[in-house]
Write a protein that binds this ligand. Structure first.
Ligand SMILES: [Zn+2]
Ligand SMILES: [Zn+2]
Length: 347
């Protein structure tokens, strides 16, 4: 089968090549991948700034169809349409695993990072990681379930947003726009900020329900937030840009006793004014990956068509054109970039 592989450590070292179809273990399902999305994590792995163990098939955001099942798998059938949790193995006995926070387990091995992932025609996944989706669900949109589950975890489990809150989303990339959609759903008044290179994405934020968009190279963020909150400061910041300067900027407009949630990683050495955390009693929260609860909630929201997730897919590439796809993702020219791996082939 065709697969996009990181073949050794270092910058780049991606190759699209033929490898054997994986054999599912007795508790695994073999899935024919239909669509798979490129994530910031894949770009970090390209630059070798995120843990990975080559040779490894890349990709962890996908939708697919079950083609065969290991002998011990229950509750699933061949032909089921599924999306999947990415943490393929963890110890199961540490305190974090016992508390169902397996994404924080020291022995966590995720698809596309330390286990063969979904930028391939087939992927083998532990059946307990799978979530069925309905026949009517668009498979291209379904490939966005994994990043959405991370955003649901960040907002519903790691932040507190109440109706009427003013929420600042910093960084209008795919994750930022998902954070906008979920915050609107929670009843917040959302302001989205970015830079001049985000012009199209900021316009998109406007159409997706942002009450106000701010290009921080043109407008002073503090003045806007003061205007919008009667000088109180925003209630919650959802930091999705990954830029140190943006982190400092949005910390400065958060209200006293506000919640600051860091979604996603930064490659900048970030300087935070920790005195500000004390003076304002800021609740600074990190989040990594997601939980089983956030997955179930995500699938429910998608089945209910609660948010217009499909609007986020801007480019579709074939796996052979992976370099173009990676370049487009790095240039941040579009939004979500997905590979069409199996939409035209039958089971
Ligand atoms: Zn991802
Ligand atoms: Zn563990």
């Amino acid at each position: 089968m065709k697969a996009l592989v990181k073949y050794e450590k270092g910058v780049g070292n991606f190759i699209c090549k033929d490898i054997p179809v994986p054999r599912p273990g007795e508790d695994e399902a073999l899935i024919k991948v239909v669509y798979a999305g490129i994530c910031g994590t894949d770009l970090h792995i390209y630059h070798d700034t995120y843990p990975n163990t080559p040779p490894v098939v890349l990709g962890h955001e996908f939708s697919g169809i079950i083609v065969s099942l290991g002998s011990r798998v229950k509750n699933f059938s061949v032909g089921d349409r599924v999306v999947s949790e990415t943490n393929q193995s963890y110890c199961g006995v540490c305190e974090l695993c016992q508390d169902a926070r397996y994404c924080l387990c020291n022995e966590r091995k995720a698809l596309g990072q330390k286990r063969d992932g979904a930028f391939a025609e087939y992927v083998a996944v532990k059946s307990s990681n799978l979530f069925k989706i309905s026949e009517s669900m668009d498979m291209k949109t379904a490939a966005l379930a994994e990043p959405l589950s991370c955003v649901v975890h960040a907002i519903m489990e790691r932040s507190t947003i109440q109706a009427g809150d003013v929420v600042l989303v910093s960084g209008p990339g795919p994750i930022g726009l998902m954070a906008l959609m979920i915050s609107v759903l929670q009843g917040a008044r959302v302001i989205v900020c970015g830079t001049s290179t985000d012009a199209n994405r900021l316009q998109m934020a406007k159409t997706l329900g942002a009450k106000r968009i701010v290009d921080v190279t043109q407008e002073d963020l503090k003045t806007v937030i003061d205007e919008e909150t009667n000088n109180r400061g925003c209630d919650v910041v959802l930091e999705c840009s990954g830029f140190g300067k943006a982190i400092q900027n949005s910390l400065s407009v958060l209200k006293k006793r506000g919640i600051f949630t860091q979604i996603g990683l930064t490659e900048d050495p970030t300087l935070i004014d920790t005195n500000l955390l004390c003076f304002k009693e800021i609740d600074y929260r990190g989040c990594l990956s997601k939980t089983n609860w956030s997955w179930r909630r995500t699938v429910r929201l998608m089945e209910e068509r609660a948010i217009p997730l499909e609007t986020l897919v801007s480019h579709v590439f074939k796996l052979d054109d992976w370099q173009q796809a990676i370049d487009a993702a790095m240039q941040r020219s579009g939004l979500k970039i997905v590979f069409d791996i199996g939409s035209e082939t039958s089971l």
